[in-house]
Design a protein around this ligand. Structure first.
Ligand code: GLU
Length: 489
């Protein structure tokens, strides 16, 4: 079978990680079977449509490296791939259902429907249409009213009053639904726009989609979809309802758990490879234990039978850990370029751009083990790029020299002498010299190092001090230590 999957986002905001997980699984399934991955815009909800979000959809897919074969800006043989450009096809399908008697025009006013719903709520009944227009007499009456008021009609499905329908879900197995509880649902709205059930089925059929992957919040709609497939005589594709994504407290992943948009993760310094790996394991597993999985391995192994049924946890700590692994494993040139790009973005404007790649190449080995998020690159290495350091004078003495400013200043003055006299400027020589100074002056080496660390970097937590000093160069270190001495008064 030709495997054709589709990601069908609604352009209503920034891409949620849950949607992107669906896109990823669609992409993996298509790539695993050598099929096609299609991106279709489901923009029929005009009230929620946000035009800029279309670019966001493409951008998020590109960021994760999910290339598509048809749709969006690529077109393809089954276009258009934007639902608002396919209205005549939905109209034709609705007309066909009307002609067959599987659908009817409903002319009821929204006021009438609202009143009906309010009454049902009062009686604690489930909301549903009372089927007034299902019969000719009721429909004729409603139509007269509507025509007098200049209103149009919707098209509703004529749901059988009893019986059952079943889906063999690729993840959940057989799901059976009793039709007696299913409303006469709307297919086409009065503005000519279809609802999801009509539009996606018409499109999936026209676009030869073989597998439908979507979140399990869609399961309650399945009986309606099955009725439409049957009435349109469309073969039901493989349908897989993916496990919902939960935050650490077991509630559905939402804003209050932290970032939900992929762009927030990107901007926080997560790597696309780490996000790919992480999301690939939200609801799927290779063998219940392997955590670090390459793209190639994912593509080679991804099938639906290893998708889990139970809700999947979005564990941000795991993502952060994974990101650190990917940072450490990056090939050197790529690492340098990635770090440099974050420095270009994050350093103060006074630092000339682009930042010195040669310098970044020397710093990268010192910090790669420590960086978990790329935003940290700036914190760990800004002092290499800045001219003057700004830090509170209180940071200098630290615990060891608290209220001993004069002693701290004397130690720094000595350090300047010692370092100025060094024949060579290597990390080992710097360390040895400062150790010797500490021993001579009867202070703990660690205390002296902390003092020098803040003086030359402006920070308490830094990459290895002596290597950093070697890279900074003697001149700059001495100037900074002297400046620090001045700060101590
Ligand atoms: N447009 C729907 C959504 O964004 C798509 C659901 C589906 O994948 O079929 O939720």
């Amino acid at each position: 079978m030709d495997v054709r999957t589709r990601y069908a986002p609604s352009p209503t905001g920034v891409p949620h990680v849950g949607n992107i997980r669906t896109a990823l699984f669609d992409w993996l399934l298509a790539r695993h079977f050598g099929g096609q991955f299609i991106v279709r815009l489901e923009d029929t909800d005009r009230a929620r449509f946000i035009p800029e979000s279309v670019d966001g959809i493409a951008e998020s897919l590109r960021w994760l490296g999910l290339d598509w074969d048809e749709g969006l800006d690529r077109g393809g043989p089954y276009g258009p791939y934007t639902q608002s450009e396919r209205l005549p096809m939905y109209r034709a399908a609705a007309d066909r259902l009307l002609g067959q008697g599987d659908a009817y025009e409903c002319w009821c006013s929204s006021e009438r429907l609202d009143a009906m719903r309010a009454e049902q709520a009062r009686l604690k009944q489930p909301p549903r249409y009372d089927r007034r227009c299902r019969e000719d007499a009721g429909r004729a009456e409603a139509r007269r009213e509507a025509t007098a008021e200049g209103r149009g009609c919707v098209v509703r499905f004529r749901t059988p009053l009893e019986g059952r329908v079943s889906l063999d879900d690729a993840i959940h197995g057989p799901l059976t639904f009793d039709l007696s509880t299913i409303d006469d649902f709307i297919l086409l709205k009065s503005d000519g726009f279809p609802v999801y059930a009509l539009a996606y089925i018409v499109d999936d059929d026209a676009m030869r989609i073989s597998h439908v992957l979507r979140g399990d919040e869609w399961i309650p709609s399945v009986p309606r979809h099955l009725l439409v497939y049957r009435a349109l005589d469309v073969a039901v594709p493989v349908i897989a309802h993916l496990p919902r994504i939960l935050g650490p407290d077991g509630a559905k992943l939402s804003k209050r758990h932290g970032a939900t948009s992929v762009f927030e993760y990107r901007d926080q310094g997560y790597l696309p490879d780490a996000m790919f790996n992480f999301l690939g394991l939200v609801g799927w597993s290779l063998d219940d234990k392997t955590e670090i999985i390459s793209r190639e391995q994912f593509v080679a192994s991804f099938t639906l039978d290893r998708v889990v049924r139970n809700p999947a946890m979005f564990n941000i700590d795991k993502l952060t850990w994974m990101n650190g692994v990917y940072v450490r494993d990056m090939p050197e040139p790529e690492l340098v370029e990635t770090f440099a790009a974050w420095l270009d973005r994050g350093l103060p404007p006074s630092v000339p751009r682009p930042v010195d790649r040669g310098l970044v190449a020397r710093i990268a080995p010192l910090i790669r083990e420590r960086v978990k998020l790329l935003t940290e690159v700036v914190d760990y290495s800004d002092f290499f790029f800045l001219d003057a350091l700004e830090y509170p004078a209180d940071d200098l003495p630290g615990k060891a020299f608290a209220s001993k400013a004069a002693e701290a200043a004397a130690a720094l003055r000595r350090a300047v002498e010692v370092l100025a006299a060094l024949p060579g400027w290597t990390d080992d020589a710097i360390e040895a010299a400062l150790r010797l100074q500490a021993a001579d002056d009867g202070m703990k080496a660690g205390d002296l190092f902390s003092l020098v660390r803040v003086a030359v970097t402006g920070r308490r937590v830094t990459p290895p001090l002596f290597e950093s000093m070697e890279i900074l160069g003697r001149e700059r270190c001495l100037v900074r230590i002297e400046a620090a001495t001045g700060k101590l008064g």
